[in-house]
Design a protein around this ligand. Sequence first.
Ligand SMILES: [Zn+2]
Length: 394
Amino acid sequence: MTVELYTPGHGLYTDTLILYGLTLPLCEVLGKKGEVPAELIRAEGTGSFYRLEVQVDDHGELASLITDYVTNERDVIKDALTRGPLGFFADGDVNIFLQALTDLRGLTDYLSSLSEPGHAERAGEGRGGAGKWKTMKLPLMPMAGKYLHRDLTETSRYPQAQYKACGYCCALAALGLFKASFPAIGRGREWNRVIIVPAFEGLVDASYFDTLDMFHIRDWEEFYRKLRAVGGARRGVTGAAAQLPLRVFMKLVVSLFSPSLVRAMAMARARWRMLGTNFAGRPKAPQVRGYQELEVTALIYGLDALYRQGFMAFSELFPLIRALIEAGEVDALESFLDFVANRSLRDLYLFARGTFSTLERMKAEREPEKRKLWGEAVRKARECQEVAGLLLTT
Ligand SMILES: [Zn+2]
């Protein structure tokens, strides 16, 4: 049997989170019993919402898979959403999420309401939505804040109506944020929290969701720590998230995706778009400093071309990436990522020039620790030549 679902229609960012809240628990519960078949999930992104076909008997079975997952992972979810890089929520908020996600009957009814498009509109959710609904918090909907408001209508002094949605929409979006977002923290003039969420337009199956889930669980923590440890070109600035423009940081995170995740994304008949938000201020009362949607399909194809030719994971180049960021050669780093995407010689040249001057400066260092970093960066720069050769000859 196949159950058809439409995400509620809260805009691309929130619907993408809800998509992951619906699909990744499934991959995890069923993955423990064996390989997740590709046909388990078919998802079609329209650019603003998603249509899903899930191979389960009925909405009740789908609800019970989500409920099982949440019951088992209760403490982990609560921990992740109340402290650390995703610690935007108070204990009370998370308890409400967990209650919704473990209420089998309520969740089944909710999922049934998704069998037609437009749940949000039918239920009277949205800006200034019905009083009984809950306010959607900013990390679940960055556009709900004053940021866009200020951007669009500079002089308006009217208070913005809060965006409201039912408890299940909010809870599934929070679950998706926990399962599928890539958070990073950086410290500059203030703490930055960058949250990146992969979205797509076109057709994707369960192999993508399963691979994304695996990458998230097995590998992301390591990159999270590495990105956070990157030093500053300026004093007092640490963490790549505080030093790179949001756009460059988003490309960098994509380049760290595992070869199997890149493969699954390249195989799908879909265009890929990263949704990135930069938050600042206290984590429990964050402000949105920037939001960007970035098309990364060409970068995914470029990385996939490298991996198909047997190149090791791009993430192995991290010592050089780090050296470039710490030397303030952000343009050189971006040029390299752009070269992987478009194979333009101009980008390759800009990268080579930035790398050369970075390595020359590092060479002058006398401290043994810094000499070691220089040696590593030089070796990685040679591997970049190999990358260039592979991409230019295919
Ligand atoms: Zn709802």
